[in-house]
Design a protein around this ligand. Structure first.
Ligand SMILES: NC(=O)c1ccc[n+]([C@@H]2O[C@H](COP(=O)([O-])OP(=O)(O)OC[C@H]3O[C@@H](n4cnc5c(N)ncnc54)[C@H](OP(=O)(O)O)[C@@H]3O)[C@@H](O)[C@H]2O)c1
Length: 190
């Protein structure tokens, strides 16, 4: 199962316009509480991210002396040249996400797949009918602008809700492309 699991602001941004996550990293969270990332990651066998996210991890974590944080194979989607990270299991890919998905399934065995970010990349998997769930932890922040959490029109089904300290957490099933009633959209709001 492919899941897009991310933190977001209330107004739907996963990073600010300068790719800062300062607004997120200062929030209190119980690492062993509901929707904890550690628990989610135990079930994950392969991950995929876009090049902006990759550069953020390389510059902010690896660049400050921390190890590459992921222990499972990671695909990085990019049309350009990215600097590799020594010792990290990273495969660069570009274009259609479907062959990447197939390779991730092979690598993950009976474990799940995670789209780390960003939103459009998760959207590319949804466009191909491959994204099953979206899990969001909503931080009590608005930014007004930034990197969008999910720039697509989809219908979702709410499966689970919880609070983890500062975060409102929700898990959704991807139902499919948004069904829009022509009659309702012509009438407008009541
Ligand atoms: N709040 C959170 O929990 C959270 C989670 C994850 C990430 N983030 C942050 O959110 C931001 C996300 O950045 P973003 O919106 O730019 O998304 P991104 O997915 O990280 O990067 C987008 C870039 O990836 C490359 N790409 C995507 N799909 C591709 C494809 N099919 N083929 C080839 N290349 C492809 C393209 O760049 P090139 O082709 O030029 O390489 C594209 O501009 C980052 O700052 C990240 O640190 C936050």
């Amino acid at each position: 199962m492919l899941t897009y699991h991310t933190a977001t602001t209330l107004d739907g941004f996963i990073a600010d316009p300068d790719d800062s996550l300062e607004w997120l990293l200062r929030q209190p969270i119980d690492e062993s509480g509901p929707f904890s990332f550690g628990h989610f990651f135990e079930g994950i066998g392969a991950i995929v991210m876009g090049s902006t996210t990759y550069r953020w991890v390389r510059e902010h974590l690896v660049g400050s002396g921390e190890p590459w944080p992921y222990t499972v194979p990671c695909w990085v989607m990019t049309s350009g040249e990215q600097e590799p990270i020594e010792g990290a299991d990273i495969r660069f890919a570009s274009g259609d996400v479907r062959p990447v998905y197939e390779q991730m399934v092979q690598a993950a065995g009976d474990k799940g797949l995670w789209v780390v970010g960003g939103g459009d990349l998760a959207g590319q998997f949804a466009d191909a009918g491959l994204l099953e769930e979206i899990v969001v932890s909503i931080a009590p922040v608005t930014l007004g602008a930034g990197r969008p959490v999910f720039p697509r029109r989809l219908d979702l089904e709410l499966l689970e809700l919880a609070q983890n300290q500062a975060f409102a957490c929700a898990r959704y099933r991807v139902v499919g492309p948004l069904v829009e009633s022509t009659e309702a959209s012509e009438k407008g709001p009541a």
